[in-house]
Design a protein around this ligand. Structure first.
Ligand SMILES: Cc1cc2nc3c(=O)[nH]c(=O)nc-3n(C[C@H](O)[C@H](O)[C@H](O)COP(=O)(O)OP(=O)(O)OC[C@H]3O[C@@H](n4cnc5c(N)ncnc54)[C@H](O)[C@@H]3O)c2cc1C
Length: 322
């Protein structure tokens, strides 16, 4: 391994918002797109698995940790062009990007307020809120794809609802270094008013404990939506069933297992309220999936990504809730 500044055995519980997960075998911090690219290409040439991470707000790392080279991407340069063009490093905080753009009367990213991750992490899951997604604004992406640095069009990413090709179970050796975005011009006051409104809605819903945000994806199923009398009319009309509604319907709102908990205010938040390890959190995940499957014949799909070596993880039929 020829990365002299990489640390060995860095606990990932320090770098993930769920505060769980074993060590990264090698852990390297990069602060520019060039440093990031060089590390990725170097690792690829040496046959070492490289795992890019941002703020760790959308991942559950196994207790056995991450093998190979984990690269914490803190590259955050922004270059503003003409007509709403923005070229930006993917290590920038998504909200910081929103603020920098808003200061230049560039809107569109109001929904990013309150999403505690990097632009890179946002691209991988096509992060979004309030009917907007990050992919709407992307014109080109600079990637390292199997050791080759190049610019690609958004189609390369296969963006869908909270999904892209970078979420595949067998991880592809592809990382995003920079993106070229185009944002609409808007009066600053309108941008800040909209963002403030979203922020208020978030504060009323989001728990303060360690979490990874909404844990399961919403379910798109018209038939199921029709069957649920408690569902709001607009959701019923759109055939959208929030995962939290299903978890609440099976009686798991506020359920606790070891230090893990399903939110008492919003059931689709998996919380680490004190000392849960990744295995505990995954057992609670599977338990919620099983209860929802048994009751509604629907598979809840995690929005959070499971990273690392889960080969020793054993599913259990049931867990003893506290
Ligand atoms: C309180 C809270 C609220 C949230 N609200 C929302 C919300 O409203 N909407 C929403 O969509 N999400 C939400 N999230 C989830 C999360 O914040 C976003 O998905 C965020 O964009 C992830 O960014 P990150 O830097 O933390 O990614 P990480 O968790 O660090 O990484 C996620 C995945 O992306 C990969 N990755 C990271 N950077 C790169 C890169 N440069 N190139 C290739 N792969 C990369 C990692 O390997 C990993 O597989 C929320 C999370 C929390 C804790």
């Amino acid at each position: 391994m020829s990365f002299p500044t990489a640390k060995q055995n860095e606990p990932m519980s320090r770098w993930t918002t769920l505060r769980a997960g074993g060590p990264a075998e090698w852990f390297l911090v990069v602060r520019s797109a060039d440093e990031f690219a060089n590390a990725l290409i170097g690792a690829f040439d040496q046959g070492i698995d490289a795992i890019p991470v941002g703020w760790g707000s959308n991942m559950l790392v196994s207790d056995l940790g991450l093998s190979g080279l984990t690269i914490l991407n803190l590259a955050c340069q922004i270059v503003f062009g003409t007509e709403g063009e923005v070229i930006v490093d993917t290590g920038i905080g998504f909200q910081n990007l929103f603020i920098a753009c808003a200061q230049r009367n560039l809107g569109g990213l109001e929904f990013a307020v309150g999403i505690p991750g990097t632009l890179g992490g946002a691209l991988v899951s096509n992060a979004g809120a309030y009917r907007s997604n990050v992919s709407e604004f992307i014109e080109e992406l600079e990637v390292v794809d199997h050791g080759e640095r190049k610019w690609v069009k958004p189609e390369f990413m296969g963006f869908r609802y909270r999904d892209s090709i970078l979420r595949q179970e067998t991880r592809l050796p592809i990382s995003v270094l920079r993106v070229k975005m185009r944002l609409p011009t808007k009066p600053g006051k309108d941008i800040y008013d909209e963002a403030r409104d979203y922020q208020r809605q978030r504060i009323s819903k989001q728990p303060a404990s360690a979490s990874a945000g909404s844990y399961f994806k919403n379910v798109y199923d018209r038939e199921l939506a029709e069957q649920l009398p408690q569902l709001r009319g607009d959701l019923k009309a759109a055939g959208v069933v929030p995962a939290g509604v299903l978890i609440e319907a099976v009686g798991l709102k506020g359920a606790r297992f070891r230090g893990g908990m399903l939110g008492a205010r919003h059931a689709n938040f998996l919380l680490n309220v004190g000392g849960a390890n990744a295995t505990d959190l995954r057992h609670l995940t599977e338990f919620a999936q099983k209860r929802v499957r048994d009751a509604f014949d629907v598979e809840l799909e995690p929005e959070v990504l499971f990273l690392g070596d889960w080969s020793q993880f054993e599913s259990v039929e049931s867990i003893d809730l506290e």
